[in-house]
Ligand binder design. Structure first.
Ligand code: GLA
Length: 710
């Protein structure tokens, strides 16, 4: 049985009574996570927490009893309930009925299982839309999102908020001090379906947000560049969300609407959290969606408001390299947690049911993907969901307990996984080592992919993924950091397609180079200010001086075009007509590589400028994957960052504490690989030599400098 230890310094929950430190129980040091509350230590468990969503509303009460018994057998520590419970606890406007929720909570509590308690507000019951149709969200073209799915509510609706907060209050009053309560789970995946609402209520809230940001219409007009195309506003009521237009919209308006929409849901989250904190001392969080297909929340601004960083991640088979995206997402989630351990709040044991083709996980893939998250900082692994649904939209989604019950392959995989997690207790609380930072920005993602850009082929996330993927293949772990974050711990700093950033963030990057770091900037970076207006002076305005280059013109390529570089590498999508500043200038760069054909032939393709004790590199095209890898190899040598050539489909990371170090090697390939790490392997329970190949599909977690932690 996994044992949860969750202790708040404020002392409300202390459920670590049955932890034996000899079994890897918490010997914890308080630490501030830069969050609103100080936790000991973050989300602390004696072992890696195993958890799941449970939607018992679908089952009869005898099934609950059987389920809880099986949860104990599997070693489930933490169960998320009431995530979609609103229609059950408030079946009609004037009536709360907590009787079934009471019973399921008692069953779980009696079994020693902790609760991740949903406030239940994610999806309102059908009566909400009938009685309060004004709470339904509207798309940009004015069409209404009707009930019948989930999350059919407008984030800015005061009516919805009142209804939801009444429920939250009732929940907190009833369960806020329950000894089984480990963490509050606000709503669910806020913004998954309803992040952008264009209704009149949202329009009015958008205007309030703009008033607070700009103070006056004059300032707004200047920030949005409304002097162009006759867009100048003379009355606040004329300002609207960027509803469907016949032409391109105003990019600054679009960018601010993105910001507003992220803030509106954050404000909503905070309103729920405030009620919970008034009435309960349990930590409060919500599940983020740090994935490739959701971009609506700027989680850098959300992170300080949750007591524990929790993320939902599913392998996305619509992408070319889903495993590389998993690694990216996990590193970014760790960045949101400022390096502290975090919780994987949801993932799947096998197939999901919302992709065009829902791939089942192959043999061992459950273990490899889950440990991929642990390798990058997760201390808790939870699944959607416990028991596979028989009805409804997710009946083909995998679960810890598949339709066929405990005689299935799926159940056996769940049991094996639980056993492996048990062996990793020592990993809990350790931190991932990294000397490489990548600056990541949701704002740059929004703005770079707006209307009317030089090329719609220039996409933000693929460029960040490309560099991250190449470093993963070099066995180098990357910390994802916010623009403006402290870079002093890093020897190599990557700045992919940071189209917009503010002056403070520019200075931090320049200072990193001056202090001795190697900095690499990739195309379409530093072009505009925070209002999506071109920065004054030579392009790229934010970085021209640091990089010692000037872009005379963007010269993007057609979809099937490529350019050749003198080094033999190739580029696609983008070229700059680049030149270096004259050698006499204080800020001149060396030309490292040149375009030999294409629209920018003869111009520099790669430059390097020595800056203080470090350097600033610029690459003027979207390099092919091999060229990205050779470039990064070279930069790692310069920055004295250790490279281990593991190639694609291998994860190699290290988690350390003062007492121990754990090296994770995950071989996603169908053949054995040699990764030069030997020692005691917690997964197999055997000592392995560094030259012994890691079997096809196998995972090793090598522990050093302490006992075996088991
Ligand atoms: C999300 C939701 C869950 C469920 C899963 C399915 O993560 O939060 O309710 O729909 O997706 O993958």
């Amino acid at each position: 049985m996994h044992v949860i230890v969750c202790t708040l310094t404020e002392g409300a929950i202390s459920s670590n009574d049955d932890v034996d430190p000899a079994e890897g129980g918490a010997v914890s040091t308080p630490q501030t996570l830069g969050l609103e509350r100080e936790l000991v230590p973050g989300w602390s468990t004696g072992t890696i927490t195993l958890g799941c969503d449970y939607n018992p509303e679908q089952w009869d009460e005898q099934t609950w009893v059987d389920d809880v018994q099986l949860m104990r057998e599997l070693g489930v520590d933490l169960v998320a309930i009431n995530i979609f419970g609103w229609a059950h606890v408030q079946p009609t406007p004037g009536e709360y009925d907590f009787s079934r929720l009471d019973r399921i909570i008692e069953l779980l509590h009696d079994a020693g299982i902790k609760i991740n308690l949903g406030t239940g507000t994610s999806s309102p019951p059908p009566w909400v839309a009938r009685v309060h149709p004004e709470t339904l969200p509207q798309a940009a073209d004015g069409s209404i999102a009707w009930p019948g799915g989930r999350q059919a509510w407008c984030p800015s609706s005061p009516v919805f908020r009142d209804l939801a907060l009444s429920l939250v209050r009732a929940m907190a009053e009833r369960y806020g001090s329950h000894p089984a309560l480990a963490v509050w789970h606000v709503s669910n995946e806020l913004g998954c379906h309803n992040a952008l609402c264009y209704c009149d209520v949202s329009a009015s809230a958008f205007r309030d947000w703009l008033r607070a940001r700009y103070g006056s219409l004059d300032v707004l007009n200047a920030a949005w560049g409304t002097a162009f195309w006759s867009q100048k506003y003379g009355h606040w009521d004329d300002v609207l969300p960027p509803r469907t237009t016949r032409s391109a919209g105003n990019p600054a308006q679009l960018l601010d609407f993105r910001r507003f929409s992220s803030d509106a849901l954050l404000d909503y989250y905070r309103a729920e959290a405030q009620v919970l904190r008034e009435l309960s001392a349990a930590p409060v969080t919500t599940n983020f969606m740090v994935t490739a297909h959701i971009q609506t929340q700027d989680y850098w601004s959300w992170a300080p408001h949750v007591d524990l960083i929790a993320n939902d991640h599913y392998l996305d088979h619509r992408l070319a390299d889903p495993l590389a995206e998993l690694a990216f997402s996990a590193d970014l989630t760790r960045g949101l947690a400022s390096g502290a351990p975090w919780m994987l709040m949801e993932t799947s044991t096998s197939a999901v049911s919302w992709q065009p083709v829902n791939h089942a996980k192959r043999d061992g893939e459950l273990q490899r993907t889950v440990l991929g998250h642990v390798a990058r900082g997760a201390d808790s692994i939870c699944f959607f969901q416990w028991r596979a649904s028989r009805s409804g939209a997710e009946k083909f989604h995998s679960a810890l307990l598949p339709h066929g019950g405990t005689s299935t392959e799926g159940w056996r995989s769940s049991v094996e996984l639980s056993a492996v997690l048990d062996r990793l207790s020592g990993v809990v609380g350790t931190r991932v080592d990294s000397r490489v930072a990548m600056v990541f920005s949701w704002e740059a993602w929004w703005a770079a992919e707006g209307d009317s850009q030089p090329s719609s082929l220039m996409r933000y996330l693929p460029e960040a993924h490309r560099y991250h993927r190449a470093l993963r293949a070099l066995g180098v772990t990357v910390d994802l950091v916010a623009p403006g974050a402290d870079l002093s711990a890093y020897d190599l700093v990557l700045v992919p397609t940071l189209y917009t950033l503010n002056d403070a963030a520019v200075s931090v990057i320049a200072e990193a180079a001056g202090r001795g770091a190697t900095v690499l900037v990739t195309p379409f970076s530093g072009i505009v200010d925070e209002h999506d207006s071109i920065r004054p002076g030579a392009l790229p305005g934010a970085f021209s001086e640091l990089l010692g280059v000037v872009i005379d013109e963007f010269r993007p390529l057609a979809a099937d075009d490529a350019v050749t570089l003198a080094s033999g590498g190739t580029g696609s999508i983008w070229t700059d007509a680049l030149r270096t500043l004259p050698a006499s200038s204080t800020s001149s760069a060396d030309i490292v590589d040149t375009f030999v054909d294409g629209p920018s032939h003869g111009r520099p393709a790669l430059t390097r400028r020595s800056v203080g004790d470090g350097s600033a590199w610029y690459v003027a095209t979207v390099l092919d994957d091999d060229s990205v890898q050779s470039l990064l190899r070279r930069l790692c040598v310069e920055a004295r960052v250790q490279v281990t050539e593991v190639g694609p489909d291998i994860d190699l990371t290290r988690r350390t504490s003062a007492e121990a170090a754990y090296t994770f090697v995950i071989n996603h390939r169908a053949e054995p690989v040699v990764v030069p790490v030997g020692g005691y392997d917690l997964v197999s329970g055997e000592t392995v030599r560094a030259d012994e190949p890691v079997a096809a599909g196998a995972v090793r977690v090598i522990v050093e400098r302490s006992d075996h932690g088991d």
